[in-house]
Design a protein around this ligand. Structure first.
Ligand code: UT7
Length: 321
């Protein structure tokens, strides 16, 4: 028995914003952004929400798997930008999809959120509690971006991706690792609503992303290859056995650094960040869906997924397609 991805889907907001468009807002240039990050454009919401994007991505994943919403037993939404504190995004998605029999809840592990949700769903299915799980990574990061900060506003995009996981007799998820280091939380943060009541003075709140880019960069290039190696050792594979590394899309130079440390050629690291930027928890499932629809994922291929970001959180998963 294994747990296998049997369908993928994704959804992006309609509006595309180029680096040139951003150069109208802040002092930047297409040349700087492309050279330092690999990003050329990104999709930005003009009304789409974490819920509406997740619903579209989930519908496509169900269609791709040949399943209906009423068959879904578990529905997880990984997000750090929900529209509402309560109810959770997953319950809103459940209602709009018509997945009446699914248990639904959110999970926030920032850019590693989708991966951690995948592992959570794996555990429920492996334990025999559910037969399947629909997992979405959905973000509208544009609402937590400081659009006057050139150090962050050029990096992020909005979107959603989803996969359907199911118990299977075919090989699927082989093994994974996940790590958190809360002591480094200050290097990438965004305040939420803070304590405010008649008994305290006005709180200081900055509900926009603040990032020490160099620290995050160094962390990713150091820890991601290490956790990929740890995962592969666990399942008795080597980097050379892997067909594709589907990594969180934060920066082309981070991916190049990881490829170098693993001594694996860049051709095995597909990228879409030039068109979509960094979509946090949506990055991995959107890229996976694009690869799936382009016919680049063949049955039996070995993939490694790896996510990393605020928390700090990071992890990797080895699987057979
Ligand atoms: O999902 C995980 C979350 N985030 C990440 O993975 C991001 C990781 N970090 C990075 O990708 C990179 O650190 C950045 C792309 C954010 C920044 O690149 P960098 O090469 O580390 O640049 P820097 O922060 O060291 O800044 C170099 C210079 C600075 O100017 P001075 O002080 O040297 O005069 C910045 O002010 O580049 C300047 N700069 C910009 N210039 C033009 C920073 N942002 C921009 C910009 N356009 N958008």
């Amino acid at each position: 028995m294994s747990v296998k991805i049997i369908g993928t889907g994704s959804a992006l907001p309609q509006k595309e914003i180029t680096n040139e468009d951003l150069a109208q807002l802040v002092e930047t240039s297409d040349e700087w952004v492309r050279e330092r990050t690999g990003i050329g454009s990104r999709h930005i919401s003009t009304g789409e929400t974490v819920v509406s994007l997740a619903v579209r991505a989930c519908e496509k994943a169900l269609e791709n798997a040949g399943k209906t919403a009423s068959e879904v037993e578990m529905l997880l939404v990984a997000t750090c930008t929900p529209e509402r504190g309560i109810p959770c995004a997953a319950c809103q998605v459940q209602s709009q999809l018509g997945a009446a029999d699914a248990v639904a809840f959110d999970l926030n592990a920032a850019c590693a959120g989708f991966l951690f949700a995948l592992h959570t769903a794996w555990a429920y299915i492996e334990a025999g509690i559910y037969e399947n799980a629909l997992i979405a990574g959905s973000e509208v990061l544009s609402k937590i971006i400081d659009w006057t900060d050139r150090g962050t506003c050029v990096l992020f995009g909005d979107g959603a991706g989803a996969v359907l996981l199911e118990r299977s007799n075919m090989p699927g998820i082989l093994g994974f690792v996940q790590h958190s280091d809360g002591t480094k939380g200050e290097v990438l943060k965004c305040d939420s609503r803070q304590l405010k009541n008649p008994y305290i003075s006005e709180p200081i709140n900055f509900p926009y992303v603040q990032m020490d880019g160099r620290e995050v960069f160094a962390f990713a290039v150091r820890q991601v290859p290490a956790c990929i190696t740890e995962t592969l050792q666990k399942v008795q594979l080597t980097p050379g056995d892997v067909d594709l590394f589907v990594l969180h899309q934060a920066n082309k130079r981070i991916i190049e650094g990881i490829s170098k440390r693993l001594s694996v050629e860049m051709e095995k690291f597909p990228m879409n960040l030039d068109r979509v930027g960094n979509m946090s928890s949506a990055a991995i499932p959107v890229l996976l869906d694009e690869l799936n629809r382009e016919g680049r994922l063949r049955e039996g291929m070995t993939l490694v997924l790896s996510g990393f970001g605020a928390g700090l959180t990071y992890g990797a998963c080895a699987l057979r397609w």
